[in-house]
Design a protein around this ligand. Sequence first.
Ligand SMILES: [Zn+2]
Ligand SMILES: [Zn+2]
Length: 465
Amino acid sequence: MRTFVTIFIISLTLGTTGGTTHVEAQPGTVQSTFTPARLSPGRRYRTIERLAPERLAAVAADRAALQRSRKAVKLGHGLTDYRAILHAHAEDSAHTGGNRAELLAAAKRTGVRIVMLTDHVRPPRDFINDSWRGFHDGVLFIPGSEGEGFLNYPVNSVIEHYVKKQERSGTDYVKMITANGGNIFLSHVEEKIDWSTTGLDGLEIYNNHTDMKDEFEFIGWLRGALTNPARLDQLNSLLTRYPLEVFGALQDYLAPVMSKWDRDLRDHTLTGVAANDCHHNQVYEIRAIAADTIEISIIGDPPRRVTSSQVPAIASMLVGHRPGDLLARVDLDPYESSLQFVTTHLLLPSLSELEVRNALHLGRAYVAHDWLGDPTGFAFVARRNGRRVGIMGDQIRLAKGLNLALEAPLPGTIRILRDGEMALETIDRQANLQITDPGVYRAEIWLTVDGEQRPWIYSNPIRID
Ligand SMILES: [Zn+2]
Ligand SMILES: [Zn+2]
């Protein structure tokens, strides 16, 4: 599927639209290149193996069993858990297929209460003033952009920077976005492992598009399916029966990104968020063009023509059709799937733009692959003598009797890491860790589905010093 690669190139091109920004590598930062392992942590199957009907059925059965074992979390964190998405594209570029009304409808169906848009910057269009801001049918929209390598959520318009192609240093650019409480996150971290994160609110610890980039075998498999009527029918029937299992087949643990987060966290606070990077643009349409030719089109890419002399199997697709007829449509990324695949849960006293910005700044958030199981209620807190003394994002003084407590609505493999190193591992729905050493403590929970371990929850850290 060429388009994923194309979008990547387009994102890179549009990402540098406007003023020139230089973000220097932090002195002493470990340099590394993004080389994902062939089978990333927890995997037993390659993506195309995960797409076999029996594998998808097994994942669906295990998800249902997990759902039946769900129990309400008793451990309190004192705030309300809201489902948010960051890094969402709608009617913002030629390669985006979806619009804001469609995104809103998907948010309502999936329980997403906060949508943080990231338009590709197209001056003079103003991504703050010419977008949605505030509540739409109960869903809070916060406009922003993807540009200069960041997710940008300024409080006020910054379009002058792009219109006038102003030159700013990396530090000044970050200051411009964060003025008056704006938020900024490093985006597509796999391309920026050596970038400084000083002064940022956080970074994308998971990005759906990043996870897709190394799926060359799947892309070839999909390309083959589009010119094979039997496989095409099977793919569409699997998408109907197992929409989330198919979407989730590419899910990996982005180890190089997580390592950067752990390294940078030792130096400063940095909120981990998820990037949906949804565009609703992975929609293929196959049309008859001539008696022996089909055309395969996808948003943002030139169409591809295939003749029956090149691929004999397509002849049967054309029987009884006239030029222009739509023969098949494959929709791989409806917003409804993207929004259930991964979210950022925010812990808020009340739902407002100000509270959202504050929670993102402080790290009162966790990332979850909701499609595996609803994580709502997940708690990771610091306690002393049975009393809560801190939650995710807090900084706490080391003291006698301090412990970290975690509870989730589903049982899984819980890992608590201290400065990136394993401090506790258990299979349960809750865990407790006595704290005797300072450090940055964060938690992960992995769920077992179809014999594989899949990352489910990534907490933000509690810092103890
Ligand atoms: Zn894009
Ligand atoms: Zn994007």
